[in-house]
Design a protein around this ligand. Structure first.
Ligand code: UDX
Length: 449
């Protein structure tokens, strides 16, 4: 099938690259002309494992192309994926102006009927509004646009794997024809008829993904309800960690045992600096806002958000306890991205830590495998080191903010010899407290003694 992708952010590029690998012909567009030029030259504007490989092979096979001309992209596809951003407004509500802009473009530029797929994360009822907008903007052409909601459940860092091996594919539709079209688009994924770049086509056997056909409103709600539930789980684990510290228990032991109950599940119970990124914080806010607009009390989610915001303060309680005075001290910050395996720094708790360190007058030496170029533009006063051991040299404390494997595997014996003081404040519970103490470190983490 010929597909168009509007919006070349991480969701748009991953969707485009994976669907091209699955055999479709994909044309991508974006209002950022520089981004399109970079993609046309073979560059990849974001770091996501396997994305470069997939885009290169799709390009070589002639299955993916890029254009800054949205009209050209719109006319070339029978199916249009809308993957534009929906950032939060100051009141938490999702800003849908980019979706409205795209609806107008589609209505004016299209010359034939299209299937419009809403992939951006949006509050419930957006799909219905989108259809209304498309009808209003195209009243002169009389073209018919069918709208589908197809939320993504892609985790940054494992987005390609998630796309090819989904737990579920949710399609919110208004008619059977749209459901059939969606089945056709995802058939290679459902039948595993693609070359998997993650497992090199030796994918572990697993249950085939379910394609769930729902209403548009339900599909939109599924996305927000899922992300908010996961955020709730993380905040729950963080409160348990605080409780463990007061009572003298070990949060890892507690959450591990909890997770063995299949009704709870072991994932998203890692305590620490809390959740960041462009999805959870904004989805939680948007969901609270949506509930408020229809008079439903979502206090439980407000509490999860509050707990998450307090994580930085909890971390600094440890910093002050350990360092006493922060002013003038040289500290190493390990990790800047909002989580490992990504260069995404949006709503990153690590950046909150760095900013607070500056407010308190520390000298910050930071290292992150991928996120440094993005942070440099925002925080030029940080000293950046590609090599984490260089960031640790002469530091009076190391602060671990992102769960990268390179930090997990760090040789602390070696690091200890380089540091001015053997002190680690671990915001991601990466190390064993006993082992760190054995190596002569003062070691602070969340919910463990
Ligand atoms: C999330 C959803 O998982 C994905 O399905 C959705 O479509 C997009 O949003 P992502 O934002 O990439 O994906 O990151 P995720 O892996 O979910 O982690 C979110 C944040 O929670 C990170 O900051 C991470 O460090 C934190 N986290 C995660 C915890 O603090 N503890 C955990 O146990 C798990």
């Amino acid at each position: 099938m010929r597909l168009s992708v509007i919006g070349c952010g991480y969701v748009g590029l991953v969707t485009g690259a994976c669907l091209a690998e699955a055999g479709h012909e994909v044309v991508c567009t974006d209002i950022d002309k520089q981004r399109i030029a970079q993609l046309q030259e073979g560059g990849v504007p974001i770091y996501e494992r396997y994305l470069d490989k997939l885009l290169a092979s799709a390009r070589k096979a002639g299955r993916i192309s890029y254009t800054a001309d949205a009209g050209e992209a719109i006319r070339s596809g029978d199916v249009i994926f809308i993957c534009v951003g929906t950032p939060p407004k100051p009141n938490g509500e999702a800003d849908l102006s980019a979706i409205d802009h795209v609806a107008r473009q589609i209505a004016t530029e299209a010359r034939s009927a299209k299937l419009i797929i809403e992939k951006s994360t949006v509050p419930a009822r957006t799909g219905l509004e989108l259809r209304r907008a498309l009808t209003a903007y195209s009243r002169n052409s009389g073209l018919c646009f069918r709208v589908v909601s197809n939320p993504e459940f892609l985790r940054e860092g494992t987005a390609i794997e998630d796309f090819f091996h989904p737990d579920r594919i949710v399609v919110g539709v208004e008619d059977e024809a749209s459901a059939n079209d969606m089945r056709q688009i995802y058939r290679p994924i459902l039948e595993r008829a693609f070359h998997c770049p993650v497992h090199n086509s030796t994918c572990p056997p697993g249950n085939a993904a379910a394609l769930l056909v729902t209403t548009i409103n339900s599909a939109e709600l599924i996305k927000h309800a899922s992300n908010s539930f996961l955020a709730l789980k993380i905040s729950y684990a963080n409160v348990i960690a605080d409780l463990c510290e007061k009572i003298g228990a070990d949060v890892e032991e507690v959450t591990r045992a909890m997770g063995l109950d299949p009704r709870i599940g072991g994932q998203f119970l890692r305590a620490g600096l809390g959740f960041g990124g462009f999805c959870f914080p904004k989805d939680v806010q948007a969901f609270i806002h949506l509930a408020g607009t229809v008079g439903v009390d979502f206090d439980i989610l407000k509490a999860a958000e509050r707990v998450n915001k307090q994580r930085i303060e909890r971390f600094f309680e440890k910093v002050r306890q350990a360092l006493w005075v922060v002013k003038g001290k040289r500290v190493a910050v390990l990790g800047l991205a909002f989580k490992g395996n990504t260069d995404d720094i949006r709503f990153s708790p690590a950046l909150e830590v760095v900013k607070e360190l500056f407010r308190e007058g520390a000298q910050v030496h930071a290292s992150d495998p991928e996120a440094m170029p993005k942070v440099k533009a925002l925080l030029p006063e940080v000293h950046y080191h590609q090599d984490p051991y260089e960031a640790l040299r002469d530091a009076e404390a190391a602060m671990v903010c992102t769960e990268w494997d390179v930090f997990r595997d760090l040789d602390w014996e070696r690091a200890g010899k380089l540091m001015a003081r053997r002190l680690v404040i671990d915001g991601r519970n990466l190390y064993s407290p006993a082992r760190m103490r054995q190596l002569g470190f003062e070691y602070y983490s969340f919910g463990r003694e």
